[in-house]
Every structure is written in structure tokens, then in C-alpha cells.
Design a protein around this ligand. Structure first.
Ligand code: MRU
Length: 373
């Protein structure tokens, strides 16, 4: 997608052929700048401090992190160390484990001398595949938006609510939840997006609003508690969110607060869709309550970053001094609250049957383990 008229991905190989550059998301929306990754430690830190974030981009960065490790030392020991180090940076997004498994499968059988070139090639493929998956998600989701638009008066926008940032900034390009929105906007369907601010880190107000604005998509930032109100008043036609992990039974883990939006959507009859690529499905889990939920620093709740009129970026306290804060970063929306999943292979029900209809090759893996008698 474009920033200041120039097309970008969120991660790319530099002209030297080995170092990696990413858009530094900790500086957005106030400053657009990139960060250089030259070692596996820098890639791991970029994931940890959320210079890169969003499930697919975390996976893509980890893949390049392994490539950087192979550039430094392609031994078995270093491959194992790099994968173990990257894997522990963020616990919830399954794309991290998926990308590292892909890298291990590609590199382990090779002689050390062959690993560096293969690692860079596989990391590039993972990025390209993500772009194509997100493009396809957009094409499938576009049909949902088109059908709603057809029921509206000509010129009336389709109002879509989204939570957090599941946009192109969270992926390599296009985004998951935003891809149908960009496709609809680009094909002339009037859309308007309600952007949940998404406290505590404000991924909605900072990142989703930034990228929608850069692409010219009409949008309005709302506080996290406003979505239910707009749904009750018929001002939301559709919710589309992304996800960090979908279990084999269709439960959806996403940014904290997603569950409450799904409840409100159910109560008000607003369709609630979740957009994801196959790399976000955890075929080994059958109950969303077993997904590890990242607990982040209380500082994120007790402080907020903003820009002063003179342009200075400051972090300021917003809690009662001395109070504690809890900060679970994700929650789980049970499959029963999800209208449907939008994947690169099409739409399906959030259920074991729905997922296996689209991914029949996973049948053996997706079967719940039999309990001992
Ligand atoms: O903590 P974050 O900012 O990495 O959380 C991101 C989300 O919750 C996104 O909705 C999810 O990763 C899907 S990204 C396409």
C-alpha cells in the first residue's frame, strides 16, 4: 500500500542482499521511519518491543530473523538457538510458531553451507505468500461488502467496524481485516470505517486510522466502548476483525476487547466476520481457552503517548498514582459469536467442519486427541 504516494511493504530486504528493513511502528502515526535489522537479536527485539506487530508480520520478521542468524553462523546449534530465541518473544500469535516451523523444515535437512541462501529465499516466499493470501482474503471479503452495499440506497456508505490494527501494517501488505475494505474502496463501493481506538496501545487510533487515511478511506476513530452504541443505532453494517490464533474448533483469539464487540454484534444482529490466512490457524488446539494470553506491562495501561502542539512526543501518566493495573493483551471470542471466517480460500463457518471444508488436508492434524479411557 502507499505512504506519501510511494508503495511500501512493511518488511523488505535491503539492497546489500542480507540486512532487513521494517517500518518502525512504535513511531507511528506521528513519525514515519524505518528500522534496520542486522542480527537475530535485533529481529527478536523488534518483535518484543513491537516495532513490528500483528500476527502475519511477526511471523515474517521471525523468518528473516532466522535468515540473519544463518548469515552470521549457519550451524545446527545457531539454527536451534535462533528459533528458540525468536519463538519466545510473543506468546499468542501462532504465526510466529508457524513461520519458525517453516524455516526449520526448510533449513534443518540442508548442509550448513546451503542454509543462508535458502533461509533468505524461504523468508521472501513467506512474505510473498502473505501478500497473496491477504489479497485473496480481500477478494472474498469484498463480496460480503458488495452484498451489503447492494441493499443500501445508492451512495450510502457501508459502515464497517474494526478493532485493533489488522491492516497492511500488521501484515506484509493489504492486511487481513482491511483487505476487503481496501478492495471495496478501490472498486468504488462507498465505505466508512469505525476505528476502535484499541487501548491500551491504541493500535486502532494510531495505526489503522493512519493507514486508512493514507489510502483515502473515510473513517472515524471511536473509543473502545462506543461500538455497541453505534450497533444499537443501526450505524454498523458489519464488523471485520483480524486474529492472532484461531483454534481448530473456530474460536478466535484477537486483541483485548474483540470479545465484547462480538457480544454486542450478536445482540444487535450485526454480522461479525474474522479475516485470517491459514498461518493463523492452530490445528493443535480445540478450545480457545487453552490459548496462551500475553500479559503486558502495567505501564501500557497507566501511561499514554501523545503529541504536544509543538510536535514533541510525550508519555504521560493517566492513572491514579500508586494504583496497580492489569494488561491482558488478547481475549477469545467463542466460535458461536462469529458469523464467518474470511480466509484466502474463501468463507467458512467458524467450526471444525467449516475449517476442514476449506482445509481438508488438515483433517488428520485437526482431529482432537482421543482421551485415555
Ligand atoms: O498486539 P498486536 O498489536 O500485535 O495485536 C495485533 C492484533 O490483535 C491483530 O488484530 C492481529 O494480529 C491480526 S493482524 C492481521
Amino acid at each position: 500500500m502507499k505512504i506519501h504516494g510511494r508503495p511500501y511493504r512493511t518488511i523488505w530486504l535491503r539492497p546489500d542482499g542480507w540486512s532487513v528493513e521494517v517500518i518502525d511502528q512504535t513511531l507511528l502515526p506521528f513519525t514515519f521511519a524505518t528500522a534496520l535489522l542486522t542480527t537475530v537479536d535485533e529481529a527478536a527485539k523488534a518483535i518484543l518491543i513491537m516495532q513490528v506487530r500483528g500476527a502475519p508480520l511477526i511471523g515474517a520478521t521471525a523468518a528473516y530473523g532466522v535468515a540473519l542468524a544463518m548469515h552470521a553462523d549457519p550451524s545446527d546449534t545457531n539454527l536451534n538457538l535462533a528459533i528458540a530465541h525468536l519463538a519466545k518473544q510473543r506468546p499468542t500469535a501462532i504465526n510466529l510458531r508457524w513461520a519458525l516451523d517453516e524455516m526449520r523444515t526448510s533449513l534443518s535437512p540442508l548442509a550448513p553451507g546451503e542454509r543462508e541462501a535458502r533461509a533468505y529465499a524461504r523468508a521472501a516466499e513467506i512474505c510473498d505468500e502473505d501478500v497473496e493470501n491477504c489479497r485473496r482474503i480481500g477478494m472474498h471479503g469484498l463480496e460480503i461488502i458488495r452484498a451489503i452495499a447492494a441493499r443500501k440506497k445508492p451512495g450510502q456508505p457501508v459502515n464497517i467496524l474494526t478493532h485493533c490494527n489488522a491492516g497492511w501494517i500488521a501484515c506484509v501488505d493489504w492486511g487481513t481485516a482491511t483487505s476487503p475494505i481496501y478492495h471495496a474502496h478501490d472498486s468504488g463501493i462507498p465505505v466508512h470505517v469505525w476505528v476502535d481506538e484499541t487501548r491500551p496501545r491504541n493500535q486502532g487510533a494510531f495505526l489503522t486510522a493512519y493507514e486508512l487515511g493514507a489510502h483515502g478511506v473515510p473513517h472515524t476513530i471511536i473509543v473502545d466502548n462506543a461500538g455497541g452504541h453505534y450497533m444499537q443505532h443501526g450505524q454498523v453494517d458489519l464488523c471485520i476483525v483480524g486474529t492472532d490464533r484461531v483454534t481448530a474448533n473456530g474460536d478466535v483469539c484477537n486483541k483485548i476487547g474483540t470479545y465484547l464487540k462480538a457480544l454486542a454484534a450478536k445482540d444487535t444482529g450485526v454480522p461479525f466476520y474474522v479475516a485470517l490466512p491459514h498461518s493463523t490457524i492452530d490445528w493443535t488446539l480445540h478450545d480457545g481457552r487453552t490459548i496462551p494470553i500475553e500479559e503486558r506491562s502495567a505501564d501500557e495501561v497507566l501511561r499514554i503517548q501523545g503529541r504536544l502542539p509543538d510536535g514533541t512526543i510525550v508519555t504521560t501518566e493517566i492513572g491514579a498514582p500508586g494504583s496497580k493495573a492489569a494488561n491482558p493483551a488478547f481475549d477469545v471470542t467463542p466460535a458461536r459469536l462469529v458469523t464467518g471466517l474470511i480466509t484466502e480460500r474463501g468463507l467458512c463457518a467458524a467450526s471444525p467442519e467449516g475449517l476442514l471444508k476449506l482445509y481438508p488436508e488438515r483433517a488428520a492434524q485437526a482431529a482432537p486427541a482421543k482421551r485415555m479411557a
